[in-house]
Design a protein around this ligand. Structure first.
Ligand SMILES: NC(=O)c1ccc[n+]([C@@H]2O[C@H](COP(=O)([O-])OP(=O)(O)OC[C@H]3O[C@@H](n4cnc5c(N)ncnc54)[C@H](OP(=O)(O)O)[C@@H]3O)[C@@H](O)[C@H]2O)c1
Length: 190
């Protein structure tokens, strides 16, 4: 898949590395200019990274998502947009509304936001990643979650974004009561 990862920090850099290793075509979108990004994938201006991408991952601070989406709304149309950002402290931690407003044709996925990045860099066996997705984006989301080494667990369509987000305070509580160890995750027993 051709993936534009916006942000090269803990989340963007970790996911990008994993997808490069799995054989996907990753391009980072940054405001830092061109060069080589994590895992050796190219780093371009955000609009250049978006051109030609099938999947876009928003891995910027929660407060920056609205700005990025407002500046690039038409370029997101028809693409799968994975919202990995958390607007910590806001009533809604996701950016679904802002993405729907500026890019109504984007196919929304809520994923990679309920576990710390350490669980994506080196997942414990059987780690589940709960996600919500527009039905047309579900197969791609499952493939990309699997490529990171996680078990995709579908929580519902985009309307289930809040269900996924409810796991975020649970994860913070697990870290707190696990001695601060952030390499902690959930599994699904079937
Ligand atoms: N850290 C985690 O374990 C974790 C887990 C799940 C979800 N998240 C969420 O993932 C998002 C990223 O977290 P992180 O830990 O990866 O943060 P981070 O390490 O600080 O990286 C943020 C990245 O976003 C870029 N950025 C900031 N503002 C931007 C803008 N206006 N346009 C383009 N790029 C911009 C930064 O680039 P510059 O170098 O130019 O500033 C940097 O590459 C956050 O929303 C966070 O809530 C984090």
């Amino acid at each position: 898949m051709k993936i534009a990862v916006i942000g090269t920090g803990n989340i963007g850099g970790t996911l990008g590395r994993r997808w490069v290793a799995a054989g996907h075509e990753v391009t980072y979108g940054t405001r830092a200019g061109t060069g080589e990004g994590p895992g050796g994938a190219p780093q371009l201006a955000v609009d250049d990274a978006l051109a030609g991408a099938e999947v876009v991952v928003l891995a910027v601070p929660g407060g920056a998502v609205a700005e990025v989406v407002a500046a690039n709304g038409p370029a997101l149309g028809g693409k799968i947009v994975i919202d990995a950002a958390n607007r910590i402290g806001e009533p809604e931690v996701n950016s679904r509304a802002a993405i729907a407003a500026d890019a109504p044709q984007a196919r929304y996925v809520r994923a990679f936001n309920t576990l710390g990045w350490e669980n994506f860099a080196d997942p414990l066996p059987g780690t589940a990643l709960f996600f919500a997705a527009d039905p047309s984006a579900r197969p791609a989301a499952e493939e990309l979650i699997t490529a990171v080494g996680l078990e995709p667990v579908f929580a519902g369509d985009a309307a289930a974004t809040g269900t996924v987000d409810a796991l975020l305070p649970l994860w913070f509580a697990l870290v707190k009561h696990n001695g601060g160890n952030r390499r902690v995750a959930l599994r699904v027993a079937r």
